[in-house]
Write a protein that binds this ligand. Structure first.
Ligand code: ZN
Length: 135
């Protein structure tokens, strides 16, 4: 549909699916990847092309930041969690599913720090995230 039409929001949501990675996209305007291109003819995009890097979500707000999905698992932000890295409890954390468990994080920093123990990608680092205060 290219853009949501005011009278067809439900249909836009149904179509918000990544055919390259077979991933449901729940926040189409806040989800990013390097395969995405704006086009008036989405049916002409090559569904068989290889994934180019990760899917990204908008992280917790500390300026405008993106955090990688955990494979096809979307990280949910602004949810109540206990951080699996530092133990901090917050109403505004990040939760992601991993091996059928939900794992919580207090910050973009601790999420990406954990993420890097699971995924190999030197282009992603924590350098530009705010370091959470020590407990
Ligand atoms: Zn933490």
């Amino acid at each position: 549909m290219v853009h949501p039409h005011s009278d067809r929001h439900d249909r836009f949501g149904e179509l918000s699916h990544c055919v390259i990675r077979d991933a449901n996209i729940t926040h189409p305007f806040w989800t990013y990847c390097r395969n995405f291109r704006h086009t008036q003819h989405p049916e002409e995009l090559n569904c068989g092309e290889a994934p180019r890097g990760w899917i990204y979500a908008s992280g917790l707000f500390e300026g405008y930041v993106r955090i990688p999905w955990n494979g096809n698992n979307e990280p949910y932000v602004l949810v109540s969690v206990e951080c699996s890295v530092c133990g901090r409890q917050t109403q505004e954390g990040i939760m992601v599913e991993h091996e059928s468990m939900e794992i919580g994080f207090c910050s973009n920093y601790h999420y990406v720090q954990w993420w890097k123990t699971i995924h190999e990608d030197d282009s992603i680092d924590t350098a530009h995230f705010e370091i959470p205060p020590e407990r």
